[in-house]
Design a protein. Structure first.
Lengths: 118, 112
């Protein structure tokens, strides 16, 4: 039973380039969450998606960042025109449950993508 | 917004020692989660707490949900080298929500 998969594990981009981070949830999971972790800090929520729907993007920067979770294929976190401050570890989590009152403990995290912007 | 403060930020201990760390919040949480993160990996859930005063164990790990609902504690007994990592507390940003807020972590280093 494969866990949450993220690729690439490491990504190097120059300032101004685009970064695409992919997340394949666990089998049977239809909810995906993206978090960002800066060095020496905890994870910070970015966005919560279901298939073809963005449920909560309150943690996403207003510009340059977007996320999608299409009907088929992985969830994508896209960062346009990257800047050095975007360097961080980006984690995806997935869960099988939906709605208010469901257990937050059922979020399973992937290994992360470490983005380095030169 | 809700913030979680963990202390200590780092610990350097000898193998075999017991470890205690805590997490506090300015607002009430109804669920407390404790995660461990190893280098190059994502967080792994250790213990989940749901009721004020609850004490839950997972092997050598024990966590408690503070009575005020504004704090939680994690203890590790008889530490071993594989306990090395960063321990995070976390909880739902708002009650019933799926998105989590994390503390800044306690980094545990063990001298063999």
């Amino acid at each position: 039973n494969a866990g949450v998969m993220q690729n690439p594990r490491h990504l190097v981009r120059r300032r101004g380039q685009e970064a695409r981070l992919r997340c394949s949830p666990m089998k049977g999971h239809s909810h995906v969450y993206w978090y960002r972790q800066l060095p020496e800090e905890g994870l910070k929520f970015m966005v919560y998606l279901q298939k073809e729907n963005i449920i909560d993007e309150s943690g996403m920067p207003k510009e340059r960042f977007s996320a999608e979770f299409p009907k088929e294929g992985p969830s994508i976190l896209r960062i346009q025109q990257v800047v050095r401050g975007d360097s961080a570890a980006y984690f995806c989590a997935s869960s099988p449950l939906a709605g208010v009152g469901s257990g937050v403990e059922t979020q399973y995290f992937g290994p992360g993508t470490r983005l380095l912007v030169l | 917004g809700q913030q979680l403060n963990q202390s200590p930020q780092s610990m350097f201990i000898q193998e075999g020692e017991d470890v205690s760390m805590n997490c506090t919040s300015s607002s009430i949480f109804n669920t407390w989660l404790w995660y461990k993160q190893e280098p190059g990996e994502g967080p792994v859930l250790l213990i989940a707490l749901y009721k004020a005063g609850e004490l839950t164990s997972n092997g050598r790990l024990t966590a408690q949900f503070g009575i005020t609902r504004k704090d939680s504690f994690l203890n590790i007994s008889a530490s071993i080298p594989s306990d090395v990592g960063i321990y995070f507390c976390a909880g739902p940003i708002i009650q019933g929500a799926q998105k989590l807020v994390f503390g800044q972590g306690t980094r545990l280093t063990i001298n063999p």
